[in-house]
Design a protein around this ligand. Structure first.
Ligand SMILES: [Zn+2]
Length: 124
């Protein structure tokens, strides 16, 4: 089970008054975190296995993939909260600022799809 909560945010663009908005923070369960981490690390592990029979590069490339899979597993496992949803209006062009699902790290930096300017989203 994941639990969703609305977080009030402030969206600021270069040289414009910040506008307020809301993002959806999704707290993911340990089971979901494990599945996500295994899926992400599994791709790299499979690539490592696939490169094992290749002469010469089998001496180093599979081990790099295996090491990378451990690092990716640890990084994805640590992500307890994701953020997604429509944050609000762009302070420059008033277009809706939509976030793709991503790990929650403040501040969130994104680009407006309407005007292309960079926006910074902070908790209000
Ligand atoms: Zn814009």
């Amino acid at each position: 089970m994941s639990t969703e909560s609305a977080v009030s945010v402030e969206i600021s663009g270069q040289g414009r008054e910040p506008v307020s908005g809301t993002v959806t923070a999704v707290e993911i369960s340990d089971g979901q975190r494990l599945r996500r981490a295994l899926r992400a690390a599994g791709v790299l592990f499979a690539l490592g296995l696939a490169t094992l029979p290749i002469p010469i590069i089998h001496l180093w490339l599979p081990w790099l993939f295996f090491l990378a899979s451990l690092i990716v597993f640890a990084r994805v496992w640590r992500r307890r909260t994701l953020v997604r949803g429509e944050a609000g209006a762009c302070p420059r062009c008033a277009a809706l600022v939509a976030l793709t699902e991503q790990p929650l790290f403040w501040p969130i930096e994104t680009n407006c799809e309407g005007c292309g300017h960079s926006l910074v989203i902070r908790p209000a």
